[in-house]
Design a protein around this ligand. Structure first.
Ligand SMILES: Cc1ncc(COP(=O)(O)O)c(C=O)c1O
Length: 386
């Protein structure tokens, strides 16, 4: 049997692989506290769970869903964008529900890239921007987003001949894995850059509603002229703790939304209707529980930042997202350090190198671990020997 070359170039999905190491230790009876994955542990409010169980019991919802989402779902997305960001969207042409934003991110490459076309991809970054590009034989040009650039891409450092060949520019703020955040001034610069080189900006915004202190993340679509050059991905996974239900959205430029819808309607059959009905409830109901929920993540952030600094593991204190981003001590690679922590104190963190070459020398710690375990990890860090 001969496989496509692209499969041999495709690494196994990092989180799936690392999870195997954690599970192997757990099977051997080791108590591991897993800070590796950004899977919200704080449950959604009961009205969301009640809605899902009600909708699942309606046999009509077992039919194939509408390819482009229920009209009510598209309206709910538009209403949510209006309420949350003051961004007006045409529900029929500028919104599209996704089976989680991950599939939309990967499928966007099919809609936008021919073989050899360039995608500008942040490094470190969410791996799917690069993997989606690889799957259509596109080429990723890595934009370093490190401490040296204040965790932002430096557009002036991209050679003009690369920018001229680029079709897509990926951005993600609040950022996974660095926790970096931006204001509208950065998005304005990005929109100007995209206009200059005729590039689509794909802004990935799934952490828009996990924020702390006095910061509130914007949407790139708040910038004048953004819709001409940008789409934004968002998700109910983090904001509504619905990661397992698989529902997200793409909004913005109507031609790109249409093209992605055309790709998807040929390869999938839409989001489970019961999940869409639940998502409509989530998006259109009282949102006041969200700031209260964010306080839980904020406390974990504060406790862990203090404990890590005490253990001489300096980390950024993020104003949003679910992640702490720290430097590994001298003498370790990111992977070695992750396994050192795992073996020494049973604490698992994600090696930064898994987020691209500019993530080397760092680790990521997720805030989606129960309070009790966070407090336990603080004790363990206090006895860490480096
Ligand atoms: C930056 C980023 N984008 C997209 C996703 C995918 O989210 P979803 O559950 O909507 O597929 C994640 C999930 O961790 C993420 O971190």
């Amino acid at each position: 049997m001969k496989f496509a070359n692209r499969i041999s170039n495709l690494p196994p999905y990092l989180f799936a692989e690392l999870n195997k190491s954690v599970n192997a230790r757990r099977m051997a009876g080791i108590d591991v506290i897993n800070f590796g994955i950004g899977d919200p542990d704080v449950p959604p409010p009961s009205f969301i769970l009640d809605s899902l169980s009600l909708e699942v019991h309606d046999p009509r919802n077992m039919a194939y869903p509408n390819y482009y989402g229920l009209p009510e779902m598209r309206r709910a997305i538009a209403e949510w964008y209006k309420g949350r960001f003051n961004v007006s969207l045409d529900p029929d042409h500028e919104t599209l529900p996704l089976i989680g934003s991950k599939e939309g991110i990967a499928n966007l490459a099919t809609a936008m890239l021919d073989p050899g076309d360039i995608a500008l991809v942040p490094s470190p970054g969410y791996p799917v921007y690069q993997l989606g590009t690889l799957l259509v034989d596109g080429v990723s040009y890595l934009m370093p987003c490190t401490e040296a650039t204040d965790y932002l891409p430096d557009f002036d450092a991209i050679p003009p001949r690369i920018a001229e060949q680029a079709r897509v520019l990926w951005l993600n703020y609040p950022n996974n894995p660095t926790g970096a955040t931006v204001g509208l001034d950065f998005f304005k610069r990005a929109v100007e850059y995209a206009h200059r080189y005729d590039i689509l900006i794909a802004h990935d915004n799934p952490y828009s509603d996990i924020y702390f202190d006095d910061y509130c993340p914007p949407s790139i679509l708040q910038v004048d002229g953004a819709k001409e050059v940008a789409v934004e991905f968002n998700s109910l996974s983090k904001t509504y703790s619905m990661a397992g239900a698989r529902i997200g959205m793409v909004v913005g430029n109507a031609r790109v939304v249409e093209a992605l819808g055309r790709v998807k309607s040929n390869i999938d059959s839409g989001v489970f209707t019961a999940v869409q009905c639940t998502a409509i409830k989530a998006l259109t109901s009282d949102q006041s529980w969200i700031p209260q929920r964010n306080k839980i993540y904020e406390r974990r952030r504060d406790v862990l930042v203090a404990a890590l600094c005490k253990a001489e593991l300096p980390v950024r204190k993020p104003k949003a997202s679910l992640y702490l981003w720290g430097k590994v001590p001298q003498g370790f690679t990111a992977m070695e350090f992750a396994f050192h922590l795992l073996d020494e104190i049973g604490v698992f963190v994600t090696p930064g190198s898994g987020f691209g070459e500019y993530g080397e020398g760092h680790f990521r710690m997720s805030l989606t671990v129960a309070d009790q375990q966070v407090d336990d990890a603080v004790q363990r860090l206090a006895r860490l020997k480096l």
